[in-house]
Design a protein around this ligand. Structure first.
Ligand SMILES: N[C@@H](CCC(=O)N[C@@H](CS)C(=O)NCC(=O)O)C(=O)O
Length: 220
């Protein structure tokens, strides 16, 4: 089987692409990436040929085509002998639940604070719906840190798909100056210092693609 190819969108904005990219990197799985910039002719031409949902990310591995970020994380974990999830049954169930919660939820955060990896000092109104999303994420992060903090710096000690799913949230908190509790802040700082995430954001900084609809928030 050849190496998998992960098709991704513009790094600065593509939170869904970032998630499986991070997990593949953390698991040490060799893959190549194909970057298709949003709003480009190439994206419009190529994505329908590659991805049944016409969205990115999509992972191509021989005959296998996997779209949906969470499904790609599951596949990556299988390629790595299950290392993408915590080893113990309760922790693995917990990790899957919060990863699915991220995949399916937090609409207010996603809509009002789109990922914009290189932007800083943006401010958006703290609506009740956004506030509820922030409280829930804070409680997920700080609850995991209290339960698993003795085993390592990530949500379940060792890095897992749950960390990959929440990584774009740490970037959003930075971009929009969203405040979290001390335990959650410590976790956010761990995510932001991750060498793989830094590699992604460094590449995002030099992209010259601007998506006006994702450039939200008043700037200081
Ligand atoms: N539920 C999908 C969401 C994928 C998604 O919305 N991708 C966005 C980029 S982050 C996309 O391809 N947008 C381009 C389009 O909709 O034309 C997943 O988890 O992979």
């Amino acid at each position: 089987m050849p190496e998998p190819v992960l098709v991704i969108g513009t790094r600065n904005y593509s939170s869904w692409s970032l998630r499986p990219w991070l997990l593949l990197r953390h698991l040490g799985i060799g893959f190549s990436e194909r970057l298709l910039h949003f709003n480009s002719d190439e994206f419009a031409r190529e994505v329908p040929k590659l991805s049944p949902s016409c969205r990115v990310p999509v992972l191509l591995h021989g005959e296998i085509v996997i779209w949906e970020s969470l499904a790609i994380c599951e596949y990556a974990s299988e390629l790595a002998g299950g290392r993408g999830w915590p080893a113990g049954d309760p922790a693995r169930a917990h990790a899957r639940a919060i990863a699915a919660e991220m995949h399916a939820g937090f609409a207010a955060l996603r809509v009002s604070c789109p990922m914009n990896a290189r932007a800083r000092d943006r401010h958006v109104p703290l609506t009740p719906a956004l506030s509820r999303d922030l409280d829930r994420i804070d409680s997920i992060w700080s609850g995991c840190r209290r339960a698993y903090g003795d085993y390592g710096p990530w949500l379940f000690g060792a890095y897992s798909a749950a960390d990959a799913m929440y990584a774009p949230v740490a970037l959003r908190f930075l971009t929009y100056g969203l405040q979290v509790s001390p335990d959650a802040l410590e976790y956010q700082q761990t995510v932001l210092a991750d060498e793989h995430l830094v590699r992604w954001t460094t590449a995002a900084e030099v992209e010259d693609v601007l998506i006006p609809e994702d450039e939200t928030g008043e700037q200081d």
